[in-house]
Ligand binder design. Structure first.
Ligand SMILES: [Zn+2]
Ligand SMILES: [Zn+2]
Length: 279
């Protein structure tokens, strides 16, 4: 049976859908948030998303962008918001200008160049935060925060009637806080994870894990700007969130092999929250 292109996983109430093949294609979509990460090629379902966060400019993460913009333009869909590393933005604009000239019509998009620590408002109470990563070209991980209204501590545990009455009197009963929900690492060595408390604290961390065996060892993997499973095993217990989803696996390794590595080699304390994504 042919390997299905797309995979799907539900963790902590978030559905992750898409393709994440190391060096081949990455497009990870989160329908509940209306956000997608990278666009190595442009699977048909990607056209339905109008917020795109780019990690870096390698073709397996960016190659589908002109097709995406061209198709959306022809279909007269909403102008998409695209966040991308600041250092990549001018070249990206030049490339899109050329493609648009080749095609003979304008590409419409709202590009938000971002550097480490920058926040990009995505609407619907969502903010994307750019986190520095370590790769061979300028790169970012993206953290998605969602603004939620919480009852002020003074009202927590109080009867509904009392809370409603206070609201009717015009009192402030809630405060809003930003909850870091999801981080998608893009391509990076493990150094970003080790350096960023935010990456370690998000509920769901989608982290790249390109190498899963000694065929390409830790040093070689690092030299390519990627992460080896041995490094994740070593540091997995530092992850404080609910789900650690490993993506961007090299096609040298099957999903079944990777799942076996998780079962057999990850510390028992974290094994149950580690998931392998990508067929
Ligand atoms: Zn890649
Ligand atoms: Zn890359």
């Amino acid at each position: 049976m042919p390997r299905p292109r797309e995979d799907e996983l539900v963790v902590s109430g978030l559905r992750l859908v898409g393709v994440t093949e190391g060096g081949v294609e990455t497009n990870l979509r989160v329908p509940e948030l209306g956000v997608m990460f990278d666009i190595g090629m442009c699977p048909p379902k990607a056209l339905g998303f109008d917020r795109l966060l780019i990690s870096h400019g390698h073709a397996d993460h960016l190659g589908g962008i002109h097709y995406y913009l061209s198709q959306r333009g022809m279909r007269k869909q909403k102008v998409p918001t695209i966040a991308a590393p600041k250092a990549l933005a001018p070249q990206l604009e030049q490339m899109l200008e050329l493609w648009s000239a080749v095609e003979g019509f304008d590409y419409r998009y709202d590009l938000r160049p971002a550097g480490p620590g920058d926040r990009v408002e995505l609407g619907r109470g969502l903010t994307a935060i750019a986190v520095p990563t370590v790769h061979r070209v300028p790169s970012l991980a993206w953290v998605i925060e969602r603004r939620v209204n919480k009852l002020l501590p003074a009202f927590q545990g109080k009867p509904n009637q009392e809370i409603r009455a206070a609201k009717e009197r015009g009192e402030t009963i809630t405060e809003s806080t930003d909850v870091p929900l999801l981080c998608v690492s893009g391509d990076t060595t493990i150094d970003a994870f080790l350096a960023s408390p935010l990456m370690r604290q998000v509920k769901v961390l989608v982290h790249e894990c390109t190498s899963w065996s000694d065929t390409r060892g830790v040093e070689d993997t690092r030299a390519y700007g990627h992460t080896h499973v041995d490094e994740i095993i070593e540091h997995a217990e530092r992850f404080e969130g609910e789900a650690l989803v490993l993506v961007h696996r090299s096609l040298r390794h099957t999903k079944a092999f990777a799942e076996q590595v998780v079962r057999e080699r990850f510390p028992a304390s974290v094994r149950d929250k580690v998931f392998v994504f990508g067929n």
